[in-house]
Design a protein around this ligand. Structure first.
Ligand code: COA
Ligand code: MG
Length: 289
């Protein structure tokens, strides 16, 4: 399976209207930033936020953090102007909200330079049914779970175990993996002062297979970075799996045994992926963002 080597553990939303937060983000340990023009910006502030974001991106200073720009849907009064003003502003990807089908992605792709990747908010019930086709769209390189919108549309309860959203969350990860090379980022945790709750939800998202979590507050960054990084024990075990398997192969055997568990070629693939992710994270930490 292809996996991107860029880390996406912590993906921080910043309202495009919040000059102070835009400034602050240049020094935060987020792997990626979602510059938002959609729901975090009030209708009367949209036009100014557009200009503020254009300036922030032009000024730069966001280093190796992936810069994703969330525009308004093209069916709103703002979407087309967002694209017109910001398509050449230096973002790494454009994030399209309220997508229902690949046709919505086509509409945006038609307005963008051909090399500009598209990320998609997976937040309508229709998008979950169309997840496979959306992720397989040639321009799409990232899926972001929009769990608040999804819960609203489903009329489901907000539960700590997210059971009512589980089918949708798994579908998003399945679609990203079926498409290969598409990043899947989990939804936000609304109680931004509740560290315990965030830690649990990050662990759940990681166990489901998401690469990282969208965040709303800087206080959430360290927890997400820790949760979505391979743990030292995982790295150690991955190294032992690889070593044991190579030893077995040299001895003409197809499988190895480590700690009483079978290790096959597929485990070695998973182990190499863990080491690649750990390397990417170490590189980001060592060289600075
Ligand atoms: N990105 C960068 N910096 C942020 C930030 C963010 N998302 N949220 C807060 N900050 C900064 C504040 O500017 C403040 O900086 P300062 O102390 O240097 O002045 C510091 O972090 C502490 O902020 P705090 O006072 O604890 O939070 P707040 O009450 O100002 O804001 C929220 C709380 C939730 C309104 C704010 O975090 C926010 O707007 N988050 C993003 C919401 C969003 O984008 N939603 C759309 C997607 S769901
Ligand atoms: Mg939304």
């Amino acid at each position: 399976m292809e996996m991107t080597t860029q880390p996406f553990r912590s993906v921080l939303y910043i309202p495009g209207s919040n000059q102070r937060a835009l400034e602050k983000a240049r020094g935060l340990a987020a792997d990626a930033i979602l510059f938002d023009l959609e729901d975090a910006v009030a209708p009367e502030a949209k036009a100014e936020a557009r200009e503020t974001l254009a300036r922030a991106l032009a000024d730069g200073g966001y280093g190796r953090r992936t810069k994703v720009l969330r525009i308004n849907a093209l069916t709103t009064p703002w979407g087309n102007d967002d694209v017109r003003v910001l398509r050449g502003a230096g973002a790494d990807a454009i994030l399209l909200p309220k997508v229902n089908s690949p046709t919505d992605v086509d509409a945006l792709a038609d307005l963008l330079p051909s090399e500009m990747p598209v990320w998609v908010m997976m937040e309508t019930p229709a998008s979950i049914f169309e997840a496979r086709a959306i992720a397989a769209h040639g321009r799409v390189t990232g899926l972001v779970a929009g769990t608040n919108d999804l819960a609203k549309d489903l009329g489901c309860r907000a539960r700590p175990d997210r059971l009512p959203l589980m089918g949708a969350l798994q579908t998003i990860v399945l679609a990203a993996r079926a498409a290969r090379g598409v990043v899947a980022i989990d939804g936000v945790y609304n109680r931004f002062r509740d560290e315990e709750g965030l830690r649990a939800e990050c662990a759940q998202g990681r166990d489901l297979g998401f690469e990282g979590k969208t965040l709303i507050h800087p206080a959430q960054i360290d927890i997400a970075n820790a949760a979505f990084a391979p743990a030292p024990e995982e790295i150690e075990l991955a190294r032992r799996h690889i070593a044991a398997f190579e030893e077995s192969q040299a001895a003409g055997q197809g499988v190895a045994v480590v700690d009483g568990q079978i290790v096959e070629n597929l485990h070695v693939v998973a182990a190499r992926r863990i080491l690649a992710r750990a390397d990417a994270i170490a590189g980001m930490e060592a060289q600075g963002r």
